[in-house]
Design a protein around this ligand. Structure first.
Ligand SMILES: NC(=O)c1ccc[n+]([C@@H]2O[C@H](COP(=O)([O-])OP(=O)(O)OC[C@H]3O[C@@H](n4cnc5c(N)ncnc54)[C@H](OP(=O)(O)O)[C@@H]3O)[C@@H](O)[C@H]2O)c1
Length: 225
């Protein structure tokens, strides 16, 4: 999703900085994005769960228009609660919730337009096999409300995607194709989401200056199934 958003922003002529833990994956993303548009691409290796990394990321810029957070590592956190290690539960909270908070903390004073976090359908439709991820995702709505007050007039929102076909699914350990076919038939949208569906939603939140402290559901109606 982050890559699709970067591609869209570059095609609109914006300069984009992308961050992630792996220098190799960043280099591959940079090579792909170099062909995407007119803006400049910068890559910064950073682990969102490490305060020093997040601080360094923002220390490199005096001003940034918009920040989007899409980081997640779902390894070891899908399954019944009794089978999840406490270390894995802490790790997902460190990435999704504390990482998001660290971004708010270190973007403060530098970001001028908006911050958008990424939650997920499991916060609104937990299914008994993703409880700790659902809790971390759900907490982002409260984080956004608090930061929307603290950082105003910077706007702080959350996008909650439904199921989107991305590499994240390799970490979940489900039969992806069977799950997608089953869900697509039941969704009001009649298909699984694409990274571009979510990228377009991010862009709309950067543009609409009257949306703040809001969760935007980009889930094809998944909450109604
Ligand atoms: N795909 C879905 O169906 C779905 C549904 C609902 C919600 N979501 C949410 O949507 C967001 C985007 O997911 P996606 O599907 O695009 O996942 P993805 O393809 O696996 O991408 C996740 C990105 O996060 C980076 N990352 C992981 N841990 C990180 C860390 N500690 N610090 C910095 N970067 C980190 C990864 O890069 P490195 O590994 O190189 O760091 C990767 O680029 C996530 O928040 C996810 O929970 C996804």
């Amino acid at each position: 999703m982050g890559l699709a958003l970067a591609r869209t922003m570059l095609a609109d002529g914006m300069d984009v900085t992308i961050a992630g833990r792996s220098a190799d994956r960043l280099a591959a993303a940079r090579a792909e994005l170099a062909r995407a548009g007119h803006g400049k691409v910068r890559t910064v290796p950073a682990d969102i769960s490490r305060e020093q990394d997040v601080a360094n990321l923002f220390a490199q810029v005096a001003r940034v228009d918009h920040v989007a957070v899409t980081a997640a590592d779902a390894s070891g956190v899908y399954g019944r609660t009794t089978g999840i290690t406490t270390a894995a539960a802490r790790a997902i909270i460190d990435i999704k919730l504390l990482g998001a908070w660290l971004v708010g903390k270190h973007a403060a004073g530098r970001v001028t337009g908006s911050i958008t976090y990424t939650s997920g359908i499991n916060a609104y439709r937990p299914n008994g096999s993703n409880t700790i991820v659902a809790a971390a995702n759900g907490a982002l709505a409260s984080l956004a409300c608090g930061l929307a007050l603290e950082l105003a007039p910077v706007r702080v929102n959350v996008i909650s995607p439904g199921w989107v076909d991305t590499p994240l699914w390799n970490q979940i350990g489900m039969d992806k194709q069977a799950a997608f076919t089953d869900l697509a038939g039941r969704l009001p949208a009649r298909r699984i989401g694409t990274p571009d569906d979510v990228a377009q939603a991010f862009v709309s939140l950067t543009r609409n200056e009257y949306i703040t402290a809001t969760v935007l559901h980009v889930d094809g109606g998944h909450r109604l199934t």
